[in-house]
Structures are given as C-alpha cells and as structure tokens.
Design a protein around this ligand. Structure first.
Ligand SMILES: [Zn+2]
Length: 449
C-alpha cells in the first residue's frame, strides 16, 4: 500500500481530515483517515497541501481545444455557425485528435480525472485511452431535416460500431450517444436515437435549454435559429411547451440521460427532470460568457437532481478548471439570489466531484475518497494565495482559483507528478498551436468575404 499524506484530506463523503492519509493499493482505495491510524506502507508526503477526489468534468468538447479564443463576443447562432464552419473546413482528424489530447493534458494539470465528452469526430475516445483518464465519449449525431433521419442513424450506428472500447469489469472509458441539440436534430431523429440508446444500453447526452434562441425555436417556431432552418427549407412548427418537455415527448428523458446546460428551465421542467432521474451538466462559465444566463442550480439541487459541473469547450470558456467553475457557480447563485449562504463551499466541492459522478452514473467507482472505490485523486499545494486555510473546503473553492495540480492519479496510476504530465508529449502542444493559427487564418479570410 502507498500512503499519500497531506495536511488536509477532503474525502467529500465525510468531513475534511487534518494530517490525513489516503492508502492506495493497485487501483483501489484501501484506507482513508488520520495519518496516526494509517497502516504501514511507502509514504508520499505532500506537506502543506489539499488532497481531494479527482475532479469530474461533466461537459467537454475535447476535440475543439484548438479553437480556444477564436470566436469571441458573438451572438450564439453566429457563434455556432462559425464554430462548425471553421472546424469542418480546417481541422483534419489528426488535428482533432491532437486537440483532444491537449484538452486532456490541460484538464489533468487542473486535477480533472473524468471527462464526459460530446464528440463529433470520435477522436476523444482514443485520446482518453492514451492519456489514461476516466471518461464517457458521447458520439454526436446531427440531422435537423426530418427526412435525413435514416442517414443520420446509419452514420451513428457505423460510428458506434467502429469505436473500440476496452472490455473489462470496471472500464475507465465508456461510450454513449449525443443527439446534439433541438436546432440541429429533428424530433424524428431524437426519437430514433433515444430508442437506439435504450436498446444498446448506451448513455445519452444532449445540449438542452441553453439559449433564448433555442427556446424561441422550440416553443414558438421563431427567432434566429428558426430562420437558419427555414433558409434550408426545414419547417419550424411549435414543437413543445419547453425544450425539456420536447425531450420528454420524444422519450429522451431517463436515468442515463445527461442534460447539458438547462439554463432555461422552469418549475415544471425541474419536476420532470427529477421524476425521470436525469443527470445535469451545469456549465456556469460558458453560460455566462455566451450570455445565456444563470441556470436555476439551487432549485435543481433542492429537487434532488444529480448535478455536476462542466467546463464546456474552451471555445466558450476559455479554460478548463473545475475549481474555478465551482467558484463561478457559487458566485452566480449568490448574486442571483442575493443570498450570502446559497450554495455553501461544501456543496460546490460536492458538485465538482460526487455530483458529477452521480450525474454520469459512475459514483460506485469515483467521485469520493472511500474505501473500495478507484483511487482517482488530485493534490493542490496550499500556496501563498491559499494560506491560511483553516477551512480547507472554502480554500479549495474560493482561493485555489486556476491553480495547477501537483499530483493527479486515475485508478491508482499517477498521471501528474510534481506538476508535470507523466505521459506528456510537447509535440502535441506545438501541433495544436499550429492548428490554431490555421483556424485563425481561415476564419479571418471567411469573415472578410
Ligand atoms: Zn457543449
């Protein structure tokens, strides 16, 4: 057994432990408790540091990492149009794969051990396996025209069958499907994908209730997204009372459904999400940066919904750091509700770890430091900006900010040591920088035409 020792250990399943030890044997946690009672073993002492469960990022687009900073200050429909056009015209599969590798490297250095990634190209699965992290890749599917449902389904089935998911009892990496969003997927295709996911036992993720434009499209058949569909001769009837009600009517809400964003949800929607036991990926920074608004997080949590935090792509964030995301979640809720104790730090820490694991249905393996679970954990130094740290949870949420992790392990395997990637490859970063330059050249030329 290896004894990982730190000034503070935050198990999330219980109160913080001062001078704590995490005992790891192989891939599993064997001991969580005080250093004095810990069984013997080789010891790694991190000193003045916080050791916490590996952070769970419930929403990423790893393949889009090269698009960081490309699309700033745009209206959402325009942002989506430009994102898709530049990705499709510039990024090869090799570039997308490097982009995903680079995204995971960034996440690991921020203590993120689990990635729930919606991916169009399918490269994220390979990147996750190579980098040794935990995750679910939801293969995306698109098709806004009702008569394209068969072609979209055939494409989805072929992509899913082509994925090589490692077998085994407790696989680190799993596969799911993602009908992208109501403005890119017809009702017919939603229903087909939902049925396919149920038959195949695949989890499903969907971007939903994110923007006002999406609500206008679904509930009124109007607005900028409706105009874009109309320009492609796709009818835009009123589809449902709300985006969540739309998914309910199409059989897409269930235990294995991850609802991404949920900014524009009302009481009836929240009751439906609770009754269907859906998970939610809450993306406070992306929602704010794109001007969508603030999701009713406190209400969703009060309803008992499993909520995790998501960074979304760095094209809309522009970084991936879940402790910072947790801080933003708290600040937004307190400002919105004018309440100094809405979403306490303990609850925010839970969102970034156990909440995410619950939303992804992987809480039997990850999300807390508990005996028998996989040893996914991250260590952050309590540097000058985080000391004194009388309350280690408040320090982690409010003071660590975008700090780099010192040590990170997934299923017992160290992936970051002394703040450096164990499996790092500097050439990936160079290639991503070069892809970023190519994107900018193409984008600037397209913008002037
Ligand atoms: Zn997204």
């Amino acid at each position: 057994m290896i004894r990982y020792r730190a000034r503070w250990l935050i198990p999330v399943s219980g109160a913080p432990i001062e001078n704590g030890v995490l005992g790891v044997s192989g891939r599993s946690i064997e001991y969580v408790g005080s250093a004095t009672d810990a069984p013997q073993g080789d010891e790694v002492d991190f000193g003045e540091a916080i050791l916490m469960p590996g952070l769970v990022n419930t929403h990423t687009h790893l393949e889009l990492t090269a698009m960081r900073g490309l699309l700033e200050d745009l209206e959402f429909p325009e942002w989506i149009d430009r994102l898709r056009a530049s990705r499709n015209n510039v990024l090869s599969d090799d570039m997308l794969l490097d982009s995903a590798r680079h995204g995971i490297a960034e996440g690991l250095l921020a203590g993120i051990t689990t990635y729930a990634d919606t991916c169009s190209s399918g490269v994220a699965l390979q990147a996750m396996i190579e980098m040794g992290v935990r995750g679910i890749m939801y293969q995306e599917v698109f098709g806004p025209a009702p008569d394209s449902r068969a072609a979209s389904m055939a494409d989805l089935r072929a992509r899913v069958e082509a994925c090589r998911v490692p077998a085994g009892d407790r696989p680190l990496v799993r596969l799911g499907v993602s009908p992208h969003a109501p403005y890119t997927v017809s009702d017919e295709l939603f229903a087909d994908v939902a049925a396919y996911a149920r038959e195949s036992g695949l989890p499903l993720a969907v971007h939903i209730a994110e923007s006002k434009a999406e609500c206008d499209l679904v509930c009124r058949g109007t607005g900028p997204l409706a105009m874009r569909l109309a320009a492609r001769s796709i009818a835009t009837p009123v589809r449902a009372r709300s985006p969540i009600a739309l998914l309910e009517s199409l059989g897409a809400l269930g235990r294995d459904t991850l609802l991404i964003h949920c900014v524009h949800v009302d009481e009836a929607d929240i009751a439906l999400m609770r009754d269907r036991h859906c998970g939610v990926a809450h993306c406070p920074v992306s929602n704010a940066k794109l001007g969508h608004g603030i999701a009713p997080l406190v209400e969703m949590l009060a309803a008992g919904i499993a909520v995790g935090l998501g960074s979304d792509s760095v094209a809309s964030n522009n970084r991936m750091h879940l402790l910072e995301e947790a801080r933003a979640a708290v600040l937004h809720q307190r400002a919105l509700l004018r309440s100094p104790d809405a979403l306490p730090a303990v609850q925010a820490m839970e969102l970034a770890t156990l909440g995410g694991a619950r939303a992804l249905r992987i809480d039997a393996e990850a999300g807390t430091l508990e005996r028998g679970k996989d040893a996914d954990f991250a260590v952050f130094d309590l540097g000058a900006a985080a000391l004194p740290a009388g309350d280690p949870v408040a320090a982690a949420i409010f003071s660590l900010g975008g700090a780099a992790a010192r040590f990170v392990a997934v299923a017992g395997e160290p992936l970051v040591r002394d703040g450096c990637l164990v499996r790092g490859d500097e050439r990936v970063q160079e290639r991503v920088a070069s892809a970023g330059r190519a994107l900018r050249v193409w984008h600037d030329a397209a913008a002037t035409n």
